[in-house]
Design a protein around this ligand. Structure first.
Ligand SMILES: Cc1cc2nc3c(=O)[nH]c(=O)nc-3n(C[C@H](O)[C@H](O)[C@H](O)COP(=O)(O)O)c2cc1C
Length: 184
């Protein structure tokens, strides 16, 4: 596929759509390697990922669902079970983290932008391999350090669910780019 086709095919594919096919190690290695080529101001390379697979997926699902229960007044058992299933149904999960430059030479937003570009690289690589991906940022990811050890200066920016899927045909047509451009 040409790069523009891959960009247009990239979608947020919820783990509900994932099938049981496992992502191979060489595929996940390629996805991770693609993240490492993201642009980065002062070459801080702030992207960090924690790989969650096998039994760890179940433990993550238990942790996230419990946090959801503890922090939401409008608790729904359906949502609680959905959170557990998202983790179960994923072939692999990456915890997206930012490692801030210890010397704080650049503003935090630039480090977040760089991590986001690293995630986009992974997302496009996954798309080219026909692997579905979903970036999730529930409010309770701020408690992630209660479940996994985050190094000094590391912050969790989300959960990246990955898996193969059979069908996904929810279309998305963005608002026209012309409405977002001004020629000055
Ligand atoms: C930084 C970031 C965080 C996101 N967090 C969530 C989320 O917590 N829940 C969710 O349903 N979608 C989340 N999304 C996915 C968006 O809903 C999705 O990108 C949007 O609907 C456009 O769909 P598409 O990715 O298929 O083009 C997130 C996307 C980004 C870039």
């Amino acid at each position: 596929m040409e790069i523009f086709d891959i960009i247009k095919c990239r979608r947020s594919i919820s783990p509900e759509f994932f099938n049981t096919k496992k992502i191979k190690k060489k595929e996940i290695d390629l996805i991770l390697e693609s993240s490492n080529w993201a642009p980065t101001h002062k070459k801080t390379e702030p992207w960090r990922f924690k790989i969650i697979k096998d039994k760890s997926k179940i433990l993550l699902g238990q942790f996230l669902s419990k946090k959801y229960e503890q922090t939401n007044e409008n608790f729904s058992k359906l949502k609680f079970n959905k959170i557990i299933n998202k983790c179960k149904k994923s072939s692999i999960i990456l915890i997206i983290c930012m490692h801030r430059d210890p010397l704080l030479r650049i503003p935090e937003w630039e480090e977040i932008a760089s991590v986001s570009m690293a995630v986009q690289n992974m997302w496009l690589t996954a798309t080219s391999l026909k692997i579905g991906a979903f970036w999730s940022t529930p409010s309770y990811i701020k408690y992630m350090n209660e479940h996994i050890s985050l190094n000094h200066n590391e912050k969790c920016l989300g959960i990246f669910y990955l898996g193969y899927y059979d069908n996904f045909n929810i279309t998305r047509i963005p608002n026209p780019i012309e409405k977002k451009i001004e020629t000055l």
